[in-house]
Ligand binder design. Structure first.
Ligand code: NAP
Ligand code: ZN
Ligand code: ZN
Length: 354
């Protein structure tokens, strides 16, 4: 029996609860993965509550997946039974458009297939994510996990890691650059660690004074409480690049004013309601720009994992059992997570065995 146990939400108002389904038969290039750990991303919460207005219920969230290969398809070449692997936000794309050909599958002109709440390109079935005992994924969208890293702390790299790594690389972050990271949550704490490892001078902007010491421990050279205008003013016109990870609507202007001439602030948070448009003159007078960025391509995700392996970087996690996930969502809404919840999927296996 191939029955797979999971946690799903049945509608935007309901809590996540036990669910089961039968995954697809292995296709020629598939990898079957026994999920060991799955991170809890704020995007899971947005989608479970249908804040992006596109959720198909029941939804099984989870796109920060690490596990072990337990079976492979007839022509799968890259992975073998026993390999430690990861799966992030994507499980397929058109593979032929200009973005896919450049390794930017996240920007696939035809839309990438999301790990959950996506539509399988062959069968049309809705995809189910990593709050599950098992996932089946085409080998081209499976990542190799560095053997030297603690596995539970690797899971969040598959979304929080790549979503921060990609824009930091794209905007040339490195030695000699002053970089701001806004928000110390799952994405933000990875942004601080990665920007620090890339050699930049890192300033963390947080709304939570209680996170100042952690910000420094994680690699920030300075920590600014963003609701304190006098602390903010000390950085006016001085920052090359700001990565804004905040999950809620807020005023962008106080951050844009901190950018140097030609500086850029890239948004990765996708709040339920858009931010108010920033002041035009604040952009024009210093040729500043505001951009967005979506996760990262498969090759870059592997590059990020290898970078983390080399630098010994993992996520700071709080491990939870599957039945604590609803409570974890409530805590995430209060910015009360240090700094990523990760579900021990063995707790789901044990629950179903009992
Ligand atoms: P998270 O762990 O909840 O962290 C968000 C952080 O934002 C909080 O810890 C808090 O940091 C800050 N914050 C929250 N509410 C705020 C408010 N009202 N005003 C100012 N700051 C506030 O969330 P996450 O998992 O890192 O995800 C962050 C966002 O990125 C979500 O919207 C998620 O959907 C999105 N996302 C986007 C991509 C992409 O590809 N673009 C990928 C993954 C996730 P402080 O306490 O330090 O202020
Ligand atoms: Zn995510
Ligand atoms: Zn494509």
């Amino acid at each position: 029996m191939n029955i797979t146990y999971a946690y799903a939400a049945q509608d935007a108002q309901s809590r996540l609860a036990p669910f089961s389904y039968t995954p697809r038969e292995l296709r020629d290039h598939d990898v079957q993965i026994e999920v060991l750990f799955c991170g809890v991303c704020h995007s899971d919460l947005h989608q479970v509550r249908n804040e992006w207005k596109n959720t198909v219920f029941p939804v099984v969230p989870g796109h920060e997946i690490v596990g072990r290969v337990t079976a492979v398809g007839a022509h799968t070449a890259r992975y073998h039974v026993g390999d430690l692997v990861g799966v992030g936000c994507m499980v397929d794309s058109c593979r032929t458009c200009s973005s896919c050909e450049e390794g930017l599958e996240q920007y696939c002109e035809d839309g990438f297939t999301a790990t959950y709440n996506g539509k399988d390109r062959q069968s049309g079935a809705i995809t189910y994510g990593g709050y599950s005992t098992r996932v089946v994924v085409n080998e081209d969208f499976v990542l190799r996990v560095p053997e030297n890293l603690e596995l539970s702390g690797v899971a969040p790299l598959l979304c929080a890691g790549i979503t921060t790594y990609s824009p930091l690389r794209h905007w040339g972050v490195g030695p000699g650059k002053k970089v701001g990271i806004v928000g110390l949550g799952g994405l933000g704490h990875m942004g601080v660690k990665l920007a620090h490892a890339m050699g930049a001078y890192v300033v963390l902007f947080t709304t939570s004074p209680s996170k100042i010491a952690d910000g420094k421990r994680l690699g920030a050279d300075e920590v600014v409480v963003s609701r304190d205008a006098s602390q903010m003013a000390q950085h006016t016109n001085s920052i090359d690049f700001i990565l804004n990870t905040v999950a809620a609507q807020h005023d962008l202007n106080p951050f844009i004013e901190l950018l140097k001439r030609d500086g850029n602030m890239t948004l990765v948070g996708v709040p339920e309601y858009d931010h108010p448009a920033p002041h035009v003159a604040t952009l024009i007078f210093k040729r500043r720009s505001v951009a967005g960025s979506l996760i990262g391509g498969i090759a870059e995700t592997q590059e990020m994992l290898d970078f983390c392996g080399k630098h010994g970087i993992t996520s700071d996690i709080e491990m939870i059992q599957i039945n604590q996930v609803n409570e974890a969502y409530e805590r995430m809404l209060k910015s009360d997570v240090k700094y990523r919840f990760v579900i021990d999927i063995d707790s789901l296996r044990q629950q179903t065995a009992a």
